[in-house]
Design a protein. Structure first.
Length: 419
């Protein structure tokens, strides 16, 4: 089929490239000319494992443009995958979506039937609002929420647990089933509003699971129980499951924080106080600062000490720093008068943070630091042999990922501290 994808961020670009791999002809559109030029030269503007190779493999079926109307003229199905960041109030900023709607309003009335698919995570009700903004025309709107994770976006796109399609048009749903006819997973069809809610509820539930296990970890810490064993014990109950029960320094990223804030905002708009979601966020905010509290309890005053952060991105295998716990930790350490040095395998600079001293290697950070916080579990950071390094201070493992090696750490004079 002929498909246009508007927006070439993590969701848009991965969606476009993966649809091309499934034999569709795809035009990716972005109003950022520099990004489109990069794509036309075969470069990938984001760090996502496997994406550049898949782009190259499917270059015959993929093209890139800044001209929205050309892409819409070409396509039977038009995906919208533009950013929907959070405003300070928690409300979603739909400016990008509105400008896409304006563009569609201009070109849709003169075209054959199209399906407009919303893949951006949008406040509940946006599908219907889009129809209002675009106005009359020969098209239908479908909500098709995205469940891919950064870092494993391609695997997730090709191996979904389910595909959710929300629309009141049987014709549009029929077209979308053809788009996904090579996928071997359940297709759940709903009305638009329910599809939009599924996205928010899924992310909120996953974040709740993490905040829950972090709360249990904090109680374990006080009573002397081992959270890894507790997580294994409860995760073996098939009603609970093992996934998303890794305790650590909290969740971040471009999705969970903004989606939960947005759902809280919507709930309040409709007269409901979402107490669980609010506490899930509060637990997470406190969790991000837990490594600093641990350092204070081991080192006393942090003023004048050098603390090394290993890993800055909100999770491994991405270059995304949005709402990364590392930034909150660095800010708090700097406020307390510590010097902060850091290493991340892909981050070369941190906007607005001149005080964060980025180093080129783990060795550089270890040699300068009185204490280390392992923030992001990059493979390079996890597989490093700390017990044979020159470092011998406090090592806070913010992901509880090196606990098995803690006895080697103590042989080398390192004080290993888990969550
Ligand atoms: C999340 C969802 O998992 C995707 O299904 C969804 O499509 C995506 O948001 C989105 O809305 O676009 P993502 O933010 O890429 O994906 O990353 P996750 O792997 O879900 O991790 C989110 C955060 O939770 C990270 O900071 C991670 O370190 C943390 N986490 C995850 C834990 O602290 N413990 C865990 O057990 C799992």
């Amino acid at each position: 089929m002929k498909i246009a994808v508007i927006g070439t961020g993590y969701v848009g670009l991965v969606t476009g490239v993966c649809l091309a791999e499934k034999d569709h002809r795809v035009v990716c559109v972005d109003n950022n000319e520099a990004k489109i030029n990069q794509l036309l030269e075969g470069q990938c503007p984001i760090y996502e494992p496997g994406l550049r190779e898949l782009m190259a493999k499917n270059r015959e079926r993929l093209c890139y443009t800044t001209k929205l109307s050309d892409a819409v003229d070409f396509a039977d199905v038009v995906y919208i995958a533009v950013g929907t960041p959070a405003l300070p109030s928690g409300e979603t900023d739909t400016t990008y979506l509105e400008s896409v709607a304006e563009g569609l309003e201009e070109c849709l009335p003169f075209n054959d039937y199209k399906v407009i698919v919303n893949k951006s995570t949008v406040p509940i009700g946006t599908g219907n609002w889009l129809k209002m903004l675009i106005g009359p025309g020969n098209y239908d709107v479908v909500s098709n929420p995205e469940f891919l994770r950064e870092g494993s976006a391609i695997y997730d796109t090709f191996n979904p647990d389910r595909i959710v399609l929300g629309s009141d048009s049987e014709r549009a749903l029929g077209v979308m089933k053809r788009v996904y006819d090579q996928y071997d997973c359940p297709i759940i069809t709903t009305d638009i509003t329910s599809a939009e809610m599924i996205k928010y509820a899924a992310n909120s539930f996953l974040a709740t699971k993490i905040s829950f296990i972090n709360e249990i970890a904090n109680i374990c810490d006080r009573v002397g129980a081992n959270i890894d064993e507790v997580a294994k014990g409860i995760g073996s109950d098939s009603r609970i499951g093992h996934k998303f029960l890794n305790s650590g320094l909290g969740w971040g990223g471009s999705c969970f924080p903004k989606d939960i804030a947005s759902l809280i905002h919507t709930a309040r708009d409709y007269g409901y106080a979402p107490r669980i979601l609010e506490e899930v966020t509060n637990v997470n905010n406190a969790q991000k600062l837990l490594p600093v509290k641990k350092l204070q309890s081991y080192l006393g005053v942090l003023k004048g000490k050098t603390v090394g952060l290993l890993g800055l991105t909100f999770k491994p295998d991405t270059d995304d720093l949005r709402d990364a716990p590392s930034l909150v930790i660095a800010k708090e350490l700097l406020r307390l008068g510590a010097r902060v040095v850091a290493y991340d395998p892909v981050v070369q600079c941190v906007d607005d943070d001149d005080a964060l001293d980025l180093k080129q290697s783990i060795d550089d950070v270890l040699s300068l630091s009185d204490a280390i916080i392992l923030v992001t579990e990059w493979k390079e950071i996890v597989s490093y042999d700390y017990s044979n390094s020159n470092f011998s201070g406090v090592f806070v493992d913010g992901r509880n990922i090196l606990r098995q090696q803690s006895s080697n750490f103590s042989n080398n004079g390192i004080t290993y501290v888990g969550i």
